[in-house]
Design a protein around this ligand. Sequence first.
Ligand code: BES
Ligand code: MN
Ligand code: MN
Length: 481
Amino acid sequence: GEQGKKGERGERGWRERPTRAYVFQSMTTLREFIAREQSRLLGDLKDWLRIPSVSTLPEHAGDCRRAAQWLSDRLSGLGFKVETLETEKHPILWAVGPEVPGAPTIVCYGHYDVQPPDPLNEWVTGPFEPTERDGNLYARGTADDKGQVFCVVAALEALKATTGGLPLNVRLLIEGEEEVGSKGLTKLLLAEPERTAADAVLVTDVHMVAPGYPSVYTALRGIVHAEIHVRTLKKDLHSGLYGGAAPNAIETLWHLLEQLKGPNGTIRVPGIYDRVTKPTAKELKAWKALPIKEKGFSKEAGAKALNGESRVSFLERIWARPTLEVHGIVGGFVGAGAKTVIPAEATAKCSLRLVPSQRADEVAKLLKKAVKKAAPKYAEVTVEILSSSDPVQTSLDAWPFEVLDAAFKEVWKRPASPVRSGGSIPIVGLLQQRKAAVLLTGIGLPDDGLHAPNEKLTLSQLWKGIELFGRFFQMMAERQK
Ligand code: BES
Ligand code: MN
Ligand code: MN
């Protein structure tokens, strides 16, 4: 239908059109607006960040709802028609801007939920008390992802204020379950794929690969999130009276984990590497030119040295190889003082990251099989899959990528470098189902500390980002005229 026609016009028509000099007037106006409104915008963002919308903790369900409502109110105020779509957990916002006949359509995706803030004692200022220090704004969610969603919304606001309206059809799709696997949104987009039929889907939930290096992502890893439960006894036992003969659940678990991953980072799950593909020579060459080197990366990570597969370059290890990480081990006595006990139960919370062309359901099966094989007879071992998503790849051929480049060139003086990330955004695969160009980009920086204490957003990135997305929307609109 209409979608296919637009896509064709985009792909074929766009290179033949003469390059046009963009109106610099509107750029200064956007910039002026941002400069004038800075303190109000910052105050508003802080209000949103104060709401602890931690999606994984049931006690914060009300806060997730409040965070959604906050954004809903802001978008309504901007003239969007906002729907709050219920899920089993936290609501999804679907906001539709005024119709602009003949103009392209863009869907902007992001999430208002955040990761838990612990360890609390490592935060210089409270995770939900947004604070400015040295040009940065510190709080949980500044970079991942409220600050970046706010940036896009502020760009829409700036456009409306400086030009009297929006130049294209804008829809916002902002969810509250990204950090827990996007179950509700997955259900919605499977049932209603037409929602994301658009010329482009802008996903601002990733960062720049280095300061001054705008980035656009060609691949994200997938994930299989799992819990491995071990039970060896009916109940905990006295370690003196039974030690030496009664099986210890923690000990069983560590032997089991050792059988799943070797000391050099190799995953010992049979079949795990079968579908792993090597990055193209072109990609590897482009990565070499990036200003991220092993030493700097290691320093930024706060590690003495890196580890992992020894014959694979570090960027390949984080971007193009599967991994198995243990996030937490639960079990036994962890209180103050001593208790001599043999634990009956232990759990490892872990995840596997997947790369093109692995499949999450297939890997989950391989993991279950490997655990079953490694489990000793005396133990009851189960694997529970918490969530999973396939890895994604995006080709950068569609015309909106060239518009994104043009906007970055204007505002950041450099086009977007094609990069990958080791992280995952579960919904991206479904955002691609209607063949829209999915643009994975953002204004965060690699040292923002996502999921870590003292997460921050560099404010100069935010202000420039508002201008960038404002110009990007304008240029998107102009390209189809
Ligand atoms: N925004 C991140 C993912 C990300 C960050 C990708 C930077 C690329 C660059 C996202 O919020 C995230 O943390 N995703 C989770 C998904 C999981 C919990 C299902 C992840 O990757 O761990
Ligand atoms: Mn995110
Ligand atoms: Mn995240």
